[in-house]
Design a protein around this ligand. Structure first.
Ligand code: SAH
Ligand code: SF4
Ligand code: F3S
Length: 474
């Protein structure tokens, strides 16, 4: 069983939340307004979920929230290290904050998450961004109240990027973004060490939450009106390997499926090497599990897959996909793809395109390889030039866009049940929601539909979304 942060440690942090509360009340009495906090998140759903914890702690400590850095008293950036551009954005933001802080000396600037779990980044921040007051890594998240209290009161830079032995913190406060849909982390960390990837270094080893803790969280969510649950982990197929019980991810998903009030279950991410028949059958059999699978293949060439340490071949991947398609007809498939792994040649890249054409994913998340210091692939020399890599990347998009559009066209005429999220991001005159397969559906409707499940008839298909019209219930 994974180590847990003890009750006493959590109690200590609750004590700091209370101290911050008192501090904030004094501040409000003196300055005539409550201290305001701003949070920003980079990276994956895991990080989004962590920010919800950060906001929960801030709320309990008596902070209000703002989106405007100019009137924020506390700014916290929860960062991602997976690619260089995510890191550059944060450095850009810190640059913008410098003059703001010069005018407002009491402002507290914090950087946390995956990026600062790397020592060379923390050193760089300390050296070139002296206006940062607080730095804490992924393992110190639960300790934020104490670290923030010290940063506010001791007027010195507070740093905690210690590698922990992977202790799990339960019962941290949380302020969720969405009332209807929630992320629930089932495990943390990753043991796979794909040679390009920084995640295992910044998130530590795999550790699973106790099933009863996951179930309790889902039940609490349902009690508060939430009905769509996304189970999160870097490789959910490894769930339970470190538990005393023999419950695996498929069992856990069945347990969530049995909870009354849960309407939809999604999950990510599955590593192809560990995708079991049992999990495939569970997706097929559980009525609430959305018929959708994100199964990153990363690259099509066996030579590259080997150098990436992915531990499957192209043929094995395609065979798994066939199995999935057979067991769950009409399943919606998505994947992650990396273009330009250092040793990738144009021939290797053709194999990636071949996988796209054979599988016909509904959509893909594609990335240009980004060199990550400390990973094995960082030592490899590039075969292709930047220009060639970009050319391949654009070709990849071209091939996939055609497939995405074709897959979306298959939906025209169908009736789909969607959960209405809110105003459409692409057309403010429309609402949007997601269907079972997670495709975005835009439609004309009234605001009272937000947060509800409704049936829509799909009328039009685009590459990235569908249009529809609500179907009158009778
Ligand atoms: N655990 C998940 C997701 C990890 S990060 C998984 O294994 O699928 C999300 C995606 O970022 C990865 O799937 C990969 O496609 C991409 N990625 C990771 N490291 C990268 C790097 N150094 N350069 C470019 N893309 C990368
Ligand atoms: Fe990174 Fe690979 Fe782990 Fe995914 S499985 S987080 S790509 S090391
Ligand atoms: Fe980024 Fe950390 Fe997630 S590196 S992708 S935020 S686990």
């Amino acid at each position: 069983m994974a180590k847990h942060i003890t009750d006493d440690q959590m109690k200590e942090q609750r004590g700091y939340i209370m101290r911050l509360r008192e501090d904030n009340a004094r501040y409000a009495a003196e300055y005539g307004h409550t201290r305001r906090a701003l949070t920003e998140t980079y990276g994956c759903q895991q990080n989004e979920n962590d920010t919800e914890r950060i906001r929960g702690m801030l709320r309990d400590a008596g902070f209000e929230f703002t989106d405007d850095m100019k009137n924020a008293d506390v700014v916290i950036y929860n960062t991602c290290a997976v690619r260089e551009n995510a890191e550059q954005k944060v450095f850009g933001r810190l640059g913008l904050l410098k003059p703001v802080k010069e005018r407002r000396r009491n402002m507290v600037i914090g950087v946390c998450g995956c990026m600062v779990q790397q020592e060379h980044i923390t050193e760089k921040i300390k050296k070139s961004h002296e206006h940062v007051d607080l730095i804490f890594g992924t393992h110190a998240l639960y300790k934020m109240p104490e670290l923030l209290y010290k940063a506010i009161n001791e007027k010195k830079t507070v740093v905690d990027i210690a590698e922990s032995d992977g202790a799990i913190a339960e019962d941290m406060p949380i302020m969720r973004d969405d009332a209807k849909k929630a992320w629930v982390s089932v495990m943390y960390g990753c043991n796979n060490f794909c040679t390009y990837c920084i995640v295992p270094y910044v998130r530590g080893r795999e550790r699973s939450r106790e099933p009863k803790a996951v179930i309790a969280e889902v039940k609490e969510l349902v009690k508060n009106g939430c009905s769509e649950i996304s189970l999160l982990g870097q490789n959910v197929n490894s769930y339970g390997k470190d538990l005393k019980t023999d419950i695996d991810f498929a069992d856990l998903m069945r347990m969530v499926n049995d909870i009354e009030g849960v309407e939809r279950i999604r999950f990510m991410t599955s590593h192809p090497k560990d995708l079991s028949d049992k999990l495939i059958n569970t997706i097929a059999e559980c009525d609430k599990v959305c018929k959708q699978l994100h199964l990153p293949f990363q690259a099509g060439s066996d030579r590259i897959l080997k150098q990436m340490n992915r531990r499957y071949t192209k043929a094995e991947y395609l065979a798994k996909i066939e199995k999935v398609k057979k067991a769950v007809p009409n399943i919606s498939l998505s994947t992650d793809v990396i273009v330009g792994f250092p040793t990738e040649t144009n021939e290797d890249f053709e194999e990636t395109l071949d996988v796209l054409r054979k599988v016909e994913f509904d959509n893909i998340f594609s990335f240009i390889y980004s060199r990550r210091e400390g990973t094995p692939a960082a030592k490899l020399d590039f075969v292709l030039t930047d220009e060639e890599i970009h050319k391949n990347f654009n070709r990849l998009l071209e091939v996939q866009n055609e497939i995405s559009l074709k897959k979306n066209k298959e939906y025209v005429g169908r009736i789909e049940r969607i959960l209405v999220d809110g105003v459409s991001k692409t057309n403010p005159e429309m609402l949007s929601g997601r269907c079972d397969s997670s495709k975005i559906v835009n439609f004309k409707g009234t605001d009272d539909l937000i947060g509800k499940y409704i049936n829509v008839r799909i009328t039009e298909a685009h590459t990235w979304s569908l249009n529809g019209e609500p179907v009158k219930e009778n």
